[in-house]
Write a protein of this length. Structure first.
Length: 410
C-alpha cells in the first residue's frame, strides 16, 4: 500500500509540474537550460574558392613579314633555337629607303607614346593607397584608356585589394618591358638601314624558343614560344561575374599534389561562341607568380586550379553544427544562456565565419537546441573527477532542502 501511494504521488507530482509549465504563458516559473556540449569560439583564415580544371601552355609570340616593304634574304635562326630579346632573326632588303625609314621612325614614335602611358599608369597605381573600407571601385583614365581596381567593402578584403594592386603593377611592368624591347629592335633596324642604305636585320623583341618557321613566308612566318608558362581554363556563365583579374589562385599538379602560387591575369569579355541553347563559356588565363619555379612542368600538362573568390584572415569561426539557424546560444559569464542572432560570411570545410554577434573565446552551447531557453540559467554536467571532496561537508548541508529545490526547478 505504501509503495502504491509513493508511485501515485510521484506521477501526480510530474503531471502537476507539466501542467504548470504548459499553462505558464507569462514565464512566471523559472526554467533551466541543461547544456551538455559547448565550445569556445576560435579564429582561422577563411577562403571561398572556385575549383577549375586547366592546361599549361606557353604564350605564342608571332612575327610577320610584309612583302611590300622589301625582299626577304635569309633566316638567322632555326626551329628549336632559344632566343633572347635582341638576337638577330632574319634579314631583308628594302625596296624604298625613304618609305622604310619613315615607317620605322613612325612606329618608334607610337611605341614612345605607349611607353610613356604605361609609365604614367604604373606611377599612378604605385602612389594609390587602398582605403580600409569602401563600397566602390577606383578608375584610372590615361590617354582615353580606363583602368579599374576593386576596392574593399570591409577590413577583411583589404589584403585582397592590395594583391590585386600588386598584380596590376606587375602586368603593366611586363607590358612596359615588352614595349621597350620592341622599340630597341626598331631602333637597331633604323640604325642599320642608315648605315647600309638598303639592308635591315630584324632582331627578336621576345625571349623564348623558336617553335615554327615558315620558309614560304606565310604569316605568321616566325613563332616564338615564351618560356614562361601560364594556364588556360574556362569559366561558366554563372561563374564569370564572380572572378576578376588579379584574384589569387593556386595551380596544383594532380599526380604529385605539388602547388604553385598564381594570379588571374586575363578573363575574356566575350564567350567562345554564342548559342541560345547552351551556357556561354569564357576563356580564362592564370599566370604563375614571379618567384615560382616551373622547370618540371611542360606545355600540355593538365592541372587543377583553385581561385580565391573571397578571403577573411583571422576570422571568428564556428562549426556549422554549432549554429542554430542563423543564431547561436552564448553561455554568458553571469550563468545565463542567451540566444544571439548572428551574421555569417564565408563557409568552408564545414566551418562558418561569424561576422557579427560573437567574439573570439566566447562559450557557445550546441546540440539539443530545442530544449534551450533564451535568457535562462544554464547547468552543465557534473565532472566528478574535478570535485574537491575535502570541501564537501555533509554535516552542514541541508540535503532535503537542496533535493526539493532541485526537483522543483526541473
Amino acid at each position: 500500500m505504501k509503495k502504491k501511494v509513493t508511485i501515485i504521488s510521484a506521477i501526480l507530482f510530474i503531471l502537476i509540474n507539466i501542467t504548470l509549465l504548459v499553462l505558464d504563458d507569462k514565464g512566471k516559473i523559472d526554467r533551466i537550460s541543461h547544456v551538455k556540449n559547448w565550445t569556445a569560439a576560435g579564429t582561422m583564415d577563411m577562403k571561398e574558392i572556385l575549383e577549375k580544371d586547366g592546361v599549361l601552355s606557353g604564350r605564342e609570340n608571332h612575327l610577320y613579314f610584309d612583302n611590300s616593304v622589301g625582299s626577304f634574304q635569309e633566316f638567322l635562326i632555326a626551329q628549336g633555337d632559344p632566343v633572347t630579346a635582341g638576337d638577330p632573326l632574319y634579314t631583308y632588303v628594302v625596296d624604298d629607303y625613304n618609305a622604310s625609314w619613315n615607317a620605322i621612325n613612325s612606329n618608334i614614335g607610337k611605341l614612345d607614346n605607349e611607353i610613356t602611358a604605361l609609365e604614367d599608369i604604373i606611377r599612378q597605381m604605385e602612389s594609390f593607397t587602398i582605403p580600409r573600407t569602401s563600397n566602390s571601385s577606383s578608375t584610372f583614365s590615361i590617354n582615353n584608356d580606363d583602368y579599374e581596381i576593386d576596392l574593399p567593402s570591409n577590413q577583411g578584403e583589404v589584403i585582397g585589394s592590395e594583391l590585386q594592386k600588386e598584380q596590376f603593377i606587375l602586368e603593366k611592368e611586363k607590358e612596359l618591358a615588352q614595349k621597350n624591347a620592341e622599340r630597341d629592335s626598331l631602333q637597331e633596324q633604323l640604325n642599320e638601314l642608315e648605315n647600309t642604305g638598303d639592308t635591315i636585320t630584324v632582331t627578336s623583341p621576345y625571349e623564348g624558343t623558336v617553335s615554327t618557321l615558315q620558309y614560304t613566308l606565310d604569316d605568321p612566318f616566325i613563332t616564338i614560344m615564351d618560356e614562361a608558362l601560364y594556364v588556360k581554363a574556362k569559366l561558366l556563365e554563372d561563374e564569370r561575374p564572380e572572378v576578376t583579374e588579379g584574384m589569387e589562385a593556386a595551380i596544383i599538379q594532380p599526380d604529385t599534389l605539388a602547388s604553385w602560387e598564381a594570379s588571374v591575369t586575363k578573363i575574356s569579355q566575350t564567350p567562345e561562341e554564342v548559342d541560345l541553347n547552351r551556357n556561354s563559356i569564357y576563356p580564362l588565363e592564370i599566370e604563375f607568380n614571379e618567384e615560382e619555379t616551373t622547370e618540371e612542368l611542360l606545355p600540355g600538362y593538365h592541372v587543377d586550379l583553385t581561385i580565391t573568390l573571397k578571403e577573411s584572415l583571422n576570422a571568428v569561426v564556428l562549426h556549422e553544427d554549432e549554429v542554430d539557424n542563423h543564431a547561436i546560444w552564448i553561455m554568458q559569464d553571469n550563468g545565463i544562456l542567451k540566444k544571439q542572432v548572428i551574421e555569417t560570411g564565408i563557409e568552408s570545410s564545414e566551418y562558418m565565419e561569424i561576422i557579427s554577434g560573437l567574439n573570439e573565446g566566447q562559450l557557445v552551447a550546441y546540440e539539443d537546441f530545442d530544449q534551450f531557453r533564451n535568457k535562462t540559467p544554464f547547468t552543465t554536467p557534473l565532472e566528478m573527477d574535478k570535485i574537491n571532496w575535502r570541501t564537501v561537508k555533509p554535516e552542514v548541508a541541508d540535503w532535503k532542502k537542496h533535493l526539493v529545490m532541485g526537483l522543483l526547478v526541473r
